[in-house]
Design a protein around this ligand. Structure first.
Ligand SMILES: CC(C)(C)CCc1c(C(=O)O)[nH]c(=O)[nH]c1=O
Length: 310
């Protein structure tokens, strides 16, 4: 069985890749993912200038997942963009993802304009978990600001662009968010980012230093939320907007479920951090075994075909 896929008309020889933030901070890490069984990679979310991020410990693996409050450490847009421009000359037949964010809506436009003016031919993933003005929630939880921002972006940005979304937990929020995304030429939505502001306690103490221990939760904890967001947007979005499924992928069964719920690509975060890039070959083999057992030749044979109980 084949686990190849396509996003926005770009072909990938495998539907698995890293999630932004994991195994993608440096060129060495990105090369390792590129040369693994993964079909592509996405960079650590880039800001205009390099950032050191929060004091450590800021990421912890825990038995059922992970918690992090990294604070957007990254090498800055130029580092990732220059690497991607060089890579598209070296490997023109492959497509890769650039994740980015502005620390303000204005900075988001500045960074996207630089990408628009560049020769980048890959896919851009705009992280909508970006900070808003103080006193307001992250952009993706502020629907008015999200719509305003996307309207401004698509006035000048013509390269293929998708958005990375935090999880939503209210059906009306799925309706409202999808109604906004359906207004724009967005190529994909990536569901989900970590579940925000969890708290992991070890004996009597928090596990990470920043934010008094509050941080984004990943891993086994979040698969039901991730699958719900993948399927809710699959049900609501214009079919021209594809879904990337992220969250709780440990095995081929988890990847199978993301695709069954509507995902065209599946990203691996916490499991990749714990296991390394060998996870991609393992999960691919497990997915292929499930497909063979069920008689599915391609992902299209079962994508979105989640059955209800009537
Ligand atoms: C949460 C932000 C720091 C605003 C964005 C970067 C980010 C981080 C991070 O760099 O702390 N961690 C996540 O799990 N998801 C993210 O999107």
């Amino acid at each position: 069985p084949s686990t190849q896929t396509q996003i926005a008309g770009f072909q990938f020889n495998n539907c698995l890749m890293n999630a932004a933030g994991v195994a993608c901070m440096t060129i060495a890490e990105l090369e390792e993912v590129k040369n693994s069984a993964a079909g592509s990679f996405v960079t650590k979310t880039a800001t205009l200038e390099p950032r050191a991020g929060n004091p450590e410990p800021r990421y912890r693996d825990v038995p059922l997942g992970s918690i992090n409050s990294m604070g957007l450490p990254n090498q800055g847009l130029a580092y990732y963009l220059n690497y991607l421009l060089d890579l598209q000359n070296r490997e023109p037949e492959r497509t890769f993802f650039l994740s980015l964010v502005g620390m303000s809506p204005d900075e988001t436009h500045t960074i996207l304009r630089q990408v628009q003016e560049s020769g980048f031919t890959g896919l851009t993933e705009l992280n909508l978990s970006c900070p808003n003005v103080p006193g307001k929630p992250q952009i993706a939880y502020d629907f008015e600001t999200t719509e305003k921002l996307l309207g401004e972006v698509f006035a000048y940005f013509s390269k293929p662009l998708g958005v990375k979304l935090p999880p939503y937990f209210d059906i009306v929020h799925f309706d409202q968010a999808a109604a906004i995304f359906n207004k724009f030429p967005i190529k994909f939505v990536n569901c989900v980012n970590s579940i925000g502001n969890g708290l992991y306690v070890e004996d009597e103490t928090v596990a990470i230093r920043p934010k008094n221990g509050f941080g984004g939760i990943g891993g086994e904890y979040i698969k039901p939320t991730a699958l719900a967001n993948v399927h809710a947007f699959y049900q609501r979005l214009n079919p021209a907007i594809q879904i990337i499924g992220t969250g709780g992928v440990l095995t081929g069964r988890d990847a199978f479920e993301h695709i069954l719920c509507g995902a065209s690509m599946v990203q691996v975060g916490t499991t990749l951090h714990k296991e390394g890039v060998s996870a991609f070959a393992r999960i691919t083999e497990e997915l292929q075994a499930i497909m063979a057992e069920k008689g599915y030749e391609t992902l299209e044979d079962f994508r979105g075909k989640l059955k209800y109980l009537g």
